[in-house]
Design a protein around this ligand. Structure first.
Ligand code: SF4
Length: 749
């Protein structure tokens, strides 16, 4: 075991005053107190700064005590810290030196201040002017024999305005190669929900959660990944809702929540969140849901009212096929696969039978599997049996992990754009956009690796660390001619670069940007389809950093040999960009006016009102297969997870307080019986390895943590365990990397 790593019993609740202490300690450590309190006072307030963390929506009534969570504070600390990564820093450290530093160390060095370049054959980034950088990008793009030899990535922090300009430029350039971070997270949700409900987004609002009678939470850890969701669940419970958590790991926040803004959370016991906690084996959600439906339908033979026959007849298609398919399964075998006891499943069936306003929420625990799309379709099947989509207090709730990941897709970041979007672009901008589908994240990596993509431009994010198969992805980057990252902070993607590489420093959410004496306002869409403004409040880290729409406009001017778009006019006032979004994307009527409303505005959502925009205008039941992981005796199924001191690839610290881990990230959570069987004890160091299609992948030095997790299942943190996720292991149809069902074996070091 490493000297510093400490392993203790996990707590039985999340938040409380400890969360406040940790959050404030974190932010006061990296910036002056006055500045920190000033920005926190504006965070998630009406007309304030939108949190750059997750996409959880803001309530209509905002708390005066602060409308943010511990991890929102950490996100602000990360972005607005006083430290700077300037040209002197890059003169001191070579790329080689920086590769030996941890992700945490890289993040702690501060905000990027200047455009930097590492030239072919060199090992240091050097300063470059913006004009030279844009010229270089323009030349590289123009020299490519085919526009499809470039790929343009977007991360979920990008504003609607920057994302719209970016996709417009990329399509004018001639490609739909627009991979984005949703390819790696909720793409499975988008595919499944489009097929079944006619919209690739969830159907509920916060108000629905408050009105629900039963909330199912699948494969999600809200206390770490969307902490304010716990306040919404607390309110739902006080309104009488029952909550069922379905997750392999027992997560503290799903057990009990101590709201630090309430007396009960400070000196009391807080709120018990889950009425039923099902610790399902990894990737057995379809087996569980099939068992549930078999039991529910059998019960309905006696009590027909427990499924909504009127809704099924009027609004859905495929019910008979679903029933026929369920006949093919042996109930006991399904139950056995789940690792649960039958009485636990019966409890869930009873709750479903006795409630009508039902919401299903989910996170990556459902999406990042080879059968990720099937998982979500099976959840929809259960909701449709209950008539629980398209009415108050009921529906689908995929919880998005990054603040504007949903908005970016809405305004056109899509490698598989709809014909309607392309037609509208053609009509408004006088050119024929490319019609063939572009590359998603996995196929971009494969194309870079095989030499088919030579230029990579990334708008935000940390592509290398987010992507699967780290070594393969690093090799892929190294084979490109040019990599460009538009970034606020230094990260590992800057270090595994193309022959030439650029870092273009951009403003973050907290940075205030004025042009011609007017503050530029940006906009984002949260996880529940509400579009609202975000306004920076702090001085940017240097005069050289630029706002993302301006960066895109300058690249477009340098790269496009002809363009009917007046890029300078568009970025002169971001209202001008929104006028174009309004003309091009449905649902944005009077965009500039409605953005001024304190709560923003809601985008149209057919499923929310029971109108299903599928080809047959019905909500569709689907027939889904069980997972097929083909495990041998020695195999474990590993899921990658985030620690509490982490937001996506950003590492805020080395602790995972809610799982009892301190000062380390190289750990593997394992069932104590499995550990005993392998002769492993707490803290032993092991290698994890696998062999898919003859390729061996291996990571070393993971400390064993006996943990409350089902047998034959393992948990590890990403990005540390990403090298074990084979590039080809991805979900059918959505191509989401299957990072939560990776077969591995363990050997003691
Ligand atoms: S819940 Fe998400 S959006 Fe809200 S403050 Fe926390 S990290 Fe930010």
């Amino acid at each position: 075991m490493s000297d510093k790593l400490e392993i203790s019993n996990p707590p039985e609740y999340a938040a409380g005053l400890k969360a406040v202490k940790y959050a404030l300690g974190n932010i006061f450590h990296v910036m002056p107190k006055g500045k920190a309190l000033y920005v926190l006072n504006r965070l998630n307030q009406k007309d304030g700064v939108d949190c750059p963390g997750c996409a959880w929506p803001d309530p209509d009534h905002r708390s005066r005590l602060g409308e943010y969570c511990e991890n929102g504070v950490k996100a602000i600390a990360e972005e607005a810290m006083s430290a700077r990564v300037d040209p002197a820093f890059f003169a001191k450290y070579s790329v080689h030196d920086l590769k030996n530093k941890s992700d945490y160390w890289l993040g702690q060095q501060g905000r990027l201040t200047h455009p930097m370049i590492v030239r072919q054959g060199k090992d240091h980034y050097e300063p470059i002017t913006w004009d030279e950088a844009n010229k270089l990008i323009g030349e590289h793009l123009q020299e490519l024999p085919d526009p499809n030899m470039a790929a343009f990535y977007t991360s979920g922090r990008t504003s609607n305005e920057a994302a719209f300009l970016y996709q417009l430029f990329v399509r004018m350039y001639g490609t739909n190669n627009l991979p984005d971070c949703s390819n790696m997270c909720h793409e499975s949700s988008g595919v499944a929900l489009t097929r079944t409900t006619g919209i690739g987004k969830g159907s509920v609002t916060l108000d629905d959660l408050y009105k629900a009678e039963l909330i199912l939470i699948f494969g999600q850890n809200p206390a770490t990944n969307h902490p304010r969701m716990l306040s919404a669940l607390e309110k739902a419970k006080s309104n009488g809702a029952k909550i069922v958590s379905i997750n392999p790991l027992k997560e503290a926040g799903l057990v009990r929540f101590k709201n630090p803004q309430k007396l009960n959370g400070i000196i009391g016991n807080g709120t018990e969140i889950s009425d039923l906690y099902l610790q399902l084996k990894i990737n057995e959600d379809v087996a569980l849901l099939k068992a549930v439906m078999i039991k529910l339908l059998k019960m309905a033979d006696e009590r027909p009212g427990i499924i909504d026959k009127d809704f099924i007849t009027a609004k859905t298609d495929g019910y008979e096929k679903l029933r026929a398919d369920l006949e093919n399964y042996d109930l006991q075998s399904l139950i056995e696969r789940t690792g649960l006891e039958e009485r636990e499943i019966d409890h869930l069936v009873d709750l479903l039978a006795n409630h009508r306003r039902i919401i299903a929420c989910w996170g990556m625990g459902l999406t990042q599997h080879v059968n990720g799309v099937d998982n979500i379709q099976e959840v929809v099947n259960v909701l449709l049996l209950k008539g629980a989509i398209g009415k108050e207090g009921a529906g689908t709730c995929p919880v998005r992990g990054h603040s504007n990941v949903q908005g970016d897709r809405t305004v056109g970041i899509a490698e598989r754009p709809s014909k309607a979007l392309l037609d509208k672009i053609a009509e408004n901008f006088g050119f024929v956009p490319p019609q063939e589908h572009g590359l998603d994240v996995v196929s971009t990596i494969e194309a870079m690796h095989s030499g088919k993509v030579k230029v990579f431009i990334g708008m935000g994010g940390n592509f290398l660390s987010a992507a699967p198969d780290t070594d393969f992805t690093a090799e892929a980057f190294a084979k490109t001619d040019l990599t460009v990252h538009i970034s606020t902070k230094l990260n590992r993607s800057h270090l595994e670069h193309g022959k030439t590489a650029l870092i273009l420093p951009s403003m973050g959410r907290t940075d205030k940007y004025e042009r011609n004496g007017k503050q530029m306002v940006l906009s984002v869409e949260n996880s529940m389809g509400i579009v609202h403004s975000t306004k920076g409040v702090l001085e940017p880290p240097s005069k050289e950093v630029r706002s993302e729409p301006v960066i895109v406009a300058e690249i477009a001017k340098a790269a496009l040999t002809e363009s009917k778009v007046d890029w300078d006019h568009l970025v002169d006032d971001y209202d001008n960009i929104r006028e174009l979004i309004e003309k091009t994307i449905g649902g944005f009527e009077n965009y500039n006016e409605r953005l001024k409303k304190p709560l923003g505005f809601e985008l149209p959502n057919g499923a929310r009102i029971g109108e299903f925009n599928t080809p047959n205008k019905k909500a569709n039941f689907t027939v889904n297969k069980l997972s097929e992981n083909n495990m041998l005796d020695e195999d474990f199924l590993m899921m990658t997870t985030r620690s509490h001191d982490q937001f996506n690839t950003t590492i805020y610290g080395l602790n995972d307080r809610y799982r009892g881990i301190e000062n380390g990230r190289m750990v593997v959570f394992i069932n104590p019986n499995d550990a005993n069987r392998l002769g492993l004890k707490k803290g032993d160091l092991v290698s994890l390895y696998n062999n898919y299609n003859g390729v061996e992948r291996k990571v070393d030095g993971f400390a064993v943590v006996p943990y409350n997790i089902p047998e034959k299942c393992l948990g590890t943190y990403y990005p540390e365990s990403n090298p074990l996720v084979p590039i080809h292991l991805k979900a059918h149809s959505s191509h989401t990397p299957a990072s939560k069902s990776v077969k591995v074996r363990i050997t003691k070091l």
